[in-house]
Design a protein around this ligand. Sequence first.
Ligand code: FES
Ligand code: FE2
Length: 334
Amino acid sequence: MIPNQWYAILESNEVKPGKPVGVTRMGEKLVLWRDEKGQVTCMSDLCPHRGVALSAGKLIGGNIQCPFHGFEYDPSGRCALIPANGKNATPPKVMQVRRVYSAREAHGFIYIWWGEPRAAQDLPPLPWFDSIDDTFAYATLRDPWAAHYSRAIENQLDVVHLPFIHHNTIGRGNRTLVNGPLTRMERDAAGDLLNLWVYNVLDEGQPPLKPSEIPEPQQRPFLQFRFPNLWQNWISDDLRIVVAFAPVDDENTLMYLRFCQKSVKVPILRELFNLSGTLSNLVIERQDRRVVVTQQPKRSDLRIGEKLIQGDGPIIEYRRRRNELIASAAAGGG
Ligand code: FES
Ligand SMILES: [Fe+2]
């Protein structure tokens, strides 16, 4: 994982008021809950007293109570009460939940800051796509993949696979020859954005165009990847497919597949349209999943012995930038 980044790890509606939720993300068991104002807290799902999962407990006011011996922890992870020591005793400082993650919500996702702890004002804005605003309606499906999140992301940047894996869906037409593709990296306050334009065509014996032979695109990109874990297929100004790749652990990723549109606004029709959109997304994702889960090694990187071709350019760009971000976080930046 790239440290010092905001990761979308859950959808907002998965954390309901009044009830803690236990999930595995970033290779760690985490508990999330909302305080009385609806503010989300995220911390290690482990009671420092004797190792019980806090998510099996309940909420008392804005605090979480461990189910075993009733110790209560506030949103900063500090123990607020040890009932066995009496309500007037001050719990010792060591009775502190191991890690508390800064958590924020936007665009229907819960993000956590994974990296060195920082004061709220020092955290960058949440990564998202400026071209998707709140006028879009959406429906989401969750699809678990037994793959490292880097492999799942690379699959969404892989334009070479389209006519093979998706020969009967989005890759129809046998456009096996891969011109380019073109990629352009961009950087703004919320981080890095990889833009991608696809020029797959029928193979009529011509050599594929190099990226440098393709004119600078004037139209919007076909795909965008927002580091560290968001992707969109910009189908039209009114229609997008968004994927959040929530890292579960080194071998598993939870894909949040979102169908976003703003062309159908009538309530019931809109829901039907969104539902059919997510279902066809799922068919396509399952075509990918079958193959991607077999990739070795599980985690991708620049030097893992793969023999890449010109069409794999976006994957190389992703790996390069990912490594740079990891190195810059290790040097204290990011
Ligand atoms: S294990 Fe949590 S209070 Fe004892
Ligand atoms: Fe695919």
